[in-house]
Design a protein around this ligand. Structure first.
Ligand code: MN
Length: 432
């Protein structure tokens, strides 16, 4: 497996002539995430976030390596994702040089736009979106609600469980979520009703962006799978639990999940994440080893990431009163039973073709304790234990006007921290 290497672009002492980048919590020069933005009134184009600004790649295309110039002029990242991984490393090194070396400032500075003045779009045309279920504490917690004695089904420790989601309703951070109407049936009711969901929830996930794909009928060997990952975003898989409970058997999630999915618009590249790779946690004693097609020594040694994930809630009343958002949970991303590479290798293992710009959700990432649970279903135990907001309001599931924000930072000893930007959306009432 060829993982991106740590190089001079990751040096913690490296600074940018873009002053706001130095010490920036999300976008210091060690990050250089890619996205798609439009300046006011202009067409979408590719950019890289640096501090409080975004650099227009099309405007500086002549300064980039020649192989990247056509891809840099597009209005989505699909063509950049389709390049060989070595090209993306070259792009990162060049961007790092342009933004750190004062000698390039005169040529580059005019292509910067304040982030506060641009619109951020989906980073890629998403051909297909798949959602997995690799958060083992989430799977256990949710399983316990239904099967207290036997929370994990027997396939869980062999198969990276997933389902095919809906690409058309994936939206960038900031776009409001309309509460879905749907069928739900109370446990002691004879028939369902068709009404707005009363148990609307979020799911804290990472989104994997597929880089180069594979042809139909071919596979992606586990030892090569990390080369097929362009980068990561944050992902909120909004979930209507009451609709889900009624519709999910026997074919799995459908309308309970497909009404909206929010992602953070910046792609933190696999190259940027190189310093934060850690070993995949050892499986508990007695668990089966992954089958050979999912097992790679280097992936086990370096296939997890040192990320801290947080979820924040702010109700309409909290915002009116000028209160800060309430942190609902915080925890590491290392509670995934399967690695990102295993997710990719499994998806293609039967010959399914992945394409550049496909999006793969990890599944809800919960830690072992309630302060690190990644959904309200777990935090309130299916709604049985509501919690209180600073305004005195209570919540078991989301109310109209509630805003959920997911944030993340990557950290490693002796390294700069980098972040993902925001993955945020507010809930709107179901239209009459
Ligand atoms: Mn999910």
């Amino acid at each position: 497996m060829t993982l991106p290497r740590i190089d001079h672009t990751h040096e913690p002492s490296l600074t940018s002539w873009v002053a706001s980048a130095n010490g920036h919590a999300d976008f210091p020069i060690q990050n250089l995430p890619l996205g798609v933005f439009s300046p006011q009134g202009a067409q979408p184009r590719i950019g890289v976030a640096i501090g409080d600004s975004v650099l227009d790649l099309a405007a500086i295309a002549s300064l980039l390596p020649e192989a990247m110039q056509p891809a840099a002029g597009q209005s989505s990242l699909n063509a950049l994702f389709a390049l060989p991984p070595e090209d993306r490393t070259l792009l990162r090194r060049r961007l790092s040089q342009l933004l750190s070396d004062e000698a390039h400032r005169r040529d580059v500075e005019t292509a910067l736009h304040p982030l506060s003045e641009v619109t951020l779009h989906l980073p890629a045309r998403i051909g297909d979106y798949t959602d997995f279920y690799v958060g083992i504490h989430h799977a256990t917690n949710v399983g316990k609600l239904f099967r207290p004695d036997n929370p994990l089904l027997p396939n869980y420790k062999y198969v990276p469980i997933g389902y095919h989601g809906r690409a058309s309703s994936v939206r960038p951070s900031g776009e409001p979520v309309v509460r879905p109407r749907g069928q739900r049936k109370a446990p002691n009711a004879d028939v369902p009703v068709f009404e707005p969901s009363a148990r609307l929830d979020y799911e804290l996930e990472l989104g994997i962006w597929v880089a180069q794909g594979n042809a139909l009928g071919t596979t992606i060997p586990i030892g090569e799978a990390s080369e097929h990952i362009a980068g990561l975003s944050l992902l909120n898989d909004w979930s209507a639990r009451d609709l889900q409970a009624w519709e999910y058997q026997p074919l799995g999630p459908f309308l309970a999940k497909n009404f909206h999915t929010t992602i953070s618009p910046w792609v933190v590249t696999a190259e940027a994440l190189a310093p934060y790779r850690i070993a995949q946690p050892a499986r508990p004693e007695g668990d089966p080893a992954p089958l050979p097609y999912l097992l790679d020594a280097q992936d086990q040694a370096q296939g997890a990431l040192s990320l801290t994930l947080s979820v924040w809630l702010s109700s309409a009343k909290m915002r009116e009163e000028g209160r800060a958002p309430l942190r609902l949970s915080q925890g590491p991303a290392s509670n995934m039973y399967w690695t990102l590479a295993q997710i990719v290798a499994h998806h293609a293992s039967g010959g399914c073709n992945l394409n550049p710009g496909d999006l793969l959700g990890t599944g809800t990432i919960s830690g072992p304790t309630p302060d690190s649970y990644g959904s309200l279903l777990e935090i309130t135990e299916g709604g049985k234990n509501p919690f209180t907001l600073p305004t005195g309001e209570t919540r078991s599931f989301l109310q109209d006007g509630d805003e959920i924000s997911i944030t993340a930072s990557a950290h490693a000893p002796g390294r700069a921290s980098i972040g993902f930007g925001e993955c945020r959306a507010v809930i709107l009432a179901t239209p009459a």
